[in-house]
Ligand binder design. Structure first.
Ligand code: GTP
Ligand code: MG
Length: 253
């Protein structure tokens, strides 16, 4: 069993990618299961095999403790940590070859509070990977791109798992835009010159220094452009994932 956590900023396309990718895998007879770890989600474009909403109820928490939606989500994230044993067992009982875990929109709930890294480390016997989404529309601004780079580095730091970086929602940008962002990931100099052109003053200095820190820490990677709407790039994403998890083999024979 391989476990893949799909992580990214709010609205970056985690849920739709989980749905699209699992459908795509099923077409090539891969045994894939879906786990919804977002307690706040109202509607899903897939039917989850394990659903965190069976363990915590946001509406109840708001009612019972007089919390707003964000307070309730934070409380839920901490409660989930107590349920880790049960959730892990449910996931293990699925006995699927590949498990896709759709994580909460507010990524700090999963990535930076107790439950996410704890769940990831509890499922110790399984090979795991992280898929981190860079929202293409958001990342076209070089300052946003650098902020996202930092977030992805923070996620890597938290989980210390092999991490694949996708440029999501590529169908929403013209090809030149997609190529430009991919080029930033491949070529630090290109990113630096985009920053020089676009930003000025303190922002420019800050952004440049942050960038140097990322490269000094050697947190570089090549972005894989994908679209969960058109399926563009899904095959490249899968090839990268197979290479990390299954040494280039399929998950299910
Ligand atoms: N055009 C286009 N829209 C997309 C793509 N992926 C997601 N979307 C849309 O973007 C919106 C957010 O997508 P979700 O999959 O819910 O994103 P998410 O990261 O799960 O969002 P939260 O869990 O709420 O943070 C939805 O309206 C999707 O239909 C894509 O590849 N192309
Ligand atoms: Mg979602």
């Amino acid at each position: 069993m391989f476990i893949v956590f799909i992580i990214g900023t709010a609205g970056s396309g985690k849920t739709l990618l989980a749905a699209t990718f699992s459908e795509w895998l099923k077409m090539s007879k891969q045994d894939v299961a879906l786990v919804n770890m977002d307690p706040g989600v109202q509607r899903l474009p897939y039917s989850p095999d394990v659903d965190i909403r069976d363990h915590v109820d946001i509406a109840n928490l708001m009612e019972e403790y007089g919390l707003g939606p964000n307070g309730a989500l934070i409380m839920a994230a901490d409660l989930i940590a107590d349920e880790v044993g049960k959730i892990s067992k449910e996931i293990e009982d699925l006995n699927s070859d590949l498990v896709l875990v759709d994580t909460p929109g507010q990524m700090e709930l999963f990535a930076f509070r107790a439950s996410g890294p704890y769940i990831a480390s509890e499922l110790t016997r399984e090979a795991k990977a992280i898929v981190y989404l860079f929202d293409a529309v958001f990342s076209i601004n070089p300052l946003n791109y650098v902020s996202n780079l930092f977030l992805s580095a923070a996620v890597y730091n938290r989980f210390l798992l092999p991490q694949i970086h996708l440029l999501s929602k590529c169908d929403l940008l013209p090809k030149e835009g997609v190529d430009k962002i991919v080029n930033w990931s491949a070529n630090p100099k290109a990113l630096e010159s985009a920053i020089e052109q676009k930003l000025e003053g303190a922002k420019r200095l800050l952004s440049r220094n942050m960038l140097h820190a990322v490269y000094q820490l050697d947190l570089t990677f090549l972005l894989i452009p994908v679209s969960a709407k058109t399926n563009d790039g899904i095959i490249n994403f899968n090839t990268a994932l197979e290479r990390i998890l299954a040494r280039g083999d399929r998950y299910t024979y």
